[in-house]
Design a protein around this ligand. Structure first.
Ligand SMILES: Cc1cc2nc3c(=O)[nH]c(=O)nc-3n(C[C@H](O)[C@H](O)[C@H](O)COP(=O)(O)OP(=O)(O)OC[C@H]3O[C@@H](n4cnc5c(N)ncnc54)[C@H](O)[C@@H]3O)c2cc1C
Length: 388
């Protein structure tokens, strides 16, 4: 037994945990199936890695057990990771809403992690496809067996299998008798049903700032029409809360009281059409289509109270029932995962299996869009790195 700790998965959480444990003198190996570690980091944030968020709070995370993440997040904050980024000389900027991105490229964040690992004498073994884990812990890979008394599972979720995602983490949890909250795609575009696809066909590329609501959560960000449905940050955020069969409620005019405006204009005898008024606040193509689909426009001065109210209600509460999501291949993250009630929130150790730990996306903790998922990777990695 040459290692104290084995880490399965060389992504954000695994590499960070390994470096922290290595600094404490633990002999650590990271086993990664890809030829290079951290592939998801490299494609993150459009290639610039949105590595944290200045306004990270527990409310930015979904979980069946919303309090679980608090302790780890409090013990490793965005300021801690920013200090590390600055120590490595990485230049960064805030894009919007506290989201911090590299000025250069995501490669810099991966280099930071690999340098931290190298300084802590961590062995990063690539091209190492883990097949099975047995008690002890014995880790069977495609080309040999590794053994260590402590095992950290950091194999991520199911999103984007072509860059390495597997269900290994869930299988290990299952085999050791731990419950799983069923994994589902999150931060994912939503699909129109057939009728909506026909109604909104041809609007692909049209975008507007909206408030999208699903299952009690509300996000005021951009919405984007796609060939098959809806995307953009507002929809991606809402998708994490959306339940199959449920409806989205979209306010297409979050900054305008369109009922008040139409009534005021009517008072002044405005001869414009309702279509022209709405087109002052929405992209023209969308405004035009709205009236094609929802009913003809009228001259403002001649529009009755009920029609004004119905138009305003429709625009402020556009209800869409998606037929589904674009699935794991287009999902930025996987919601659900190892049930946090099985884990210690201090150490990430499975309560029933001493020495077995789960961190990062494989756990049922899912961040909003905007750097929160990496912050969870760092925070959970830090917690386990100090525990093993
Ligand atoms: C396109 C895209 C953009 C994103 N952008 C951002 C962003 O800007 N900001 C943000 O906060 N989050 C972003 N995310 C989410 C973020 O990348 C993840 O939440 C984060 O990488 C999770 O880290 P992890 O270490 O838990 O899992 P991962 O990074 O997925 O790492 C898991 C590792 O385990 C390896 N593995 C899996 N199975 C095996 C096996 N059987 N044997 C050996 N190794 C295995 C995988 O190859 C992988 O390297 C983005 C995600 C995507 C898909």
């Amino acid at each position: 037994m040459t290692h104290d700790v084995l880490v399965l998965g060389g992504g954000a959480a695994g590499l960070f945990a390994a470096a922290v444990a290595g600094r404490r003198g633990r002999r650590v190996a990271v086993l990664e199936r890809n030829g290079i570690p951290g592939r998801k980091i490299l494609i993150s944030g459009g290639g610039r890695c949105n590595f944290t968020n200045l306004y990270c709070r527990p409310e930015h995370f979904l979980s069946d057990n919303p309090h679980f993440a608090r302790s780890a997040l409090a013990r490793y904050t965005p300021a801690d990771f920013i200090r590390l980024v600055e120590r490595h000389g990485i230049r960064y900027h805030e894009k919007t809403l506290g989201q911090l991105f590299c000025d250069g490229s995501a490669q810099e964040v991966l280099d930071l992690l690999l340098n931290e690992c190298a300084e802590s004498s961590v062995d990063v073994v690539t091209g190492c496809d883990v097949r099975r884990v047995e008690s002890g812990f014995l880790v069977r890979t495609a080309d040999g067996t590794f053994e260590a008394p402590k095992l950290i599972v950091a194999t991520g979720g199911l999103s984007i299998s072509k860059i390495g995602a597997t269900d290994l983490g869930y299988r290990i949890a299952n085999e050791f008798g731990l419950r799983i909250v069923p994994p589902r795609p999150a931060l994912v575009p939503l699909l129109f049903d057939q009728a909506d696809r026909a109604r909104w066909d041809g609007l692909s590329g049209v975008a507007a700032t909206v408030t999208a609501r699903a299952d009690g959560a509300a996000f005021r960000e951009r919405l984007l029409f796609t060939h098959r449905g809806l995307s953009g940050p507002a929809i991606l955020q809402a998708s994490s809360y959306w339940q199959p069969g449920g409806a989205l409620d979209v306010d297409l005019l979050p900054d305008v009281d369109i009922e008040r405006e139409l009534l005021d204009r009517r008072e002044r005898g405005d001869r414009q059409t309702t279509r022209s008024v709405v087109a002052e606040h929405l992209p023209r193509r969308l405004a035009d289509r709205w009236f094609d689909v929802m009913g003809p426009a009228s001259v403002v001065a001649m529009t009755g109270n009920d029609d004004v109210r119905a138009l305003a209600d429709g625009l402020h509460h556009w209800r869409i029932t998606p037929s589904g999501t674009e699935g794991f291949e287009k999902a930025e993250v996987t919601a659900g995962g190892v049930d946090t009630r099985e884990l210690s929130s201090q150490t990430m150790e499975a309560r029933a299996v001493p020495g077995l730990y789960f961190i990062g996306e494989v756990v049922d903790v899912t961040g909003h869009l905007g750097g929160f998922n990496f912050q969870w990777a760092w925070a959970s990695g830090n917690a386990v790195g100090h525990a093993v």
